[in-house]
Ligand binder design. Sequence first.
Ligand SMILES: NC(=O)c1ccc[n+]([C@@H]2O[C@H](COP(=O)([O-])OP(=O)(O)OC[C@H]3O[C@@H](n4cnc5c(N)ncnc54)[C@H](OP(=O)(O)O)[C@@H]3O)[C@@H](O)[C@H]2O)c1
Length: 299
Amino acid sequence: MSRETVFVTGGTGFIGSAVLESLAARDVSLRALVRGSAGPDLPADAVQGDLTDIAPWERALPAGGTVLHCAAVTGKAPARVHHAVNDAATAALLDACARAGVGRFVFVSSVAARFPDRRRYPYAQSKAAAEAAVRSSSLEWVIARPTQVLGPGSAIADGLRRLACGPIGVRFGTGRVPMQPIHVRDAARALVWLATEGPPGIEVDLGGPEVLTAGELLRRFRLGAGRSGGPWLPVPLGPVRAVLGALEPFALPILPLTAGQLASFVEGNAGVARPPFPPGLPAPEHDLETMLADRNDDG
Ligand SMILES: NC(=O)c1ccc[n+]([C@@H]2O[C@H](COP(=O)([O-])OP(=O)(O)OC[C@H]3O[C@@H](n4cnc5c(N)ncnc54)[C@H](OP(=O)(O)O)[C@@H]3O)[C@@H](O)[C@H]2O)c1
């Protein structure tokens, strides 16, 4: 019998590369969508292509196999780019997968997709729209929503460190909303399980072992950097997000961050169910101290 084929998008990214590493240890045939040049260490057959132009590489989608869709625009980008890549291209990929006879489609969403207020957050809007497309597809699907993913190469960890670890720590909002960060290797293991063993038709939040407030998370970053527990500069979120939102249409490239990127300080960033859910989902193995310490030397 031929080995199952898993096709990964976003395999060159922070989470996708950990997913490929984890999948490479399994008895599966691996393909990865790569839009630049594939590094020599890519543990998969590279499929050259861009998510926004599927026709040239559609034939590489595995009939009867699995697509693990990690690719997305994640950082500071115009709303139209978030919608084109995260929403429209995901819908087009679902159609292509249905034509190709793909068995399972695992969509890597975000807990931000279910933030009640997504008005100033095009990323969250695009993820929510993509989730709706996944739910209405004819494929066997799974939706996974990581919380904030930390570990070596985490852009979020770098951002939180910058806020917390200056001479005066910066804290947006009350600092009382819940956070539940997860280590990248734990998120990757859970995604691989969902792609290869878990039940279909489920939506699952992927959070880490500890729920703590945003203020405490920043404080732990600060202590981890060898600083004292304070002082803190509290910054009111409402006015800052309003100003950022007003400037973004014409000044996005020069803004340090966006209104959307601050949404987690309003809504929190925790999963609704503590792992392990569903039964069998690998529980996180890395505690918060490990996540805080685990970074690139230059990160
Ligand atoms: N990091 C987190 O804390 C976090 C939390 C919740 C959910 N997520 C979700 O997890 C997934 C992975 O996030 P990440 O942090 O690993 O992001 P990342 O490091 O920014 O990686 C994004 C990946 O998507 C690829 N990509 C972007 N646009 C593409 C396009 N038009 N065509 C083909 N590939 C494209 C990138 O390719 P290139 O290498 O060519 O740029 C890269 O491989 C995303 O869906 C994200 O929304 C992340």
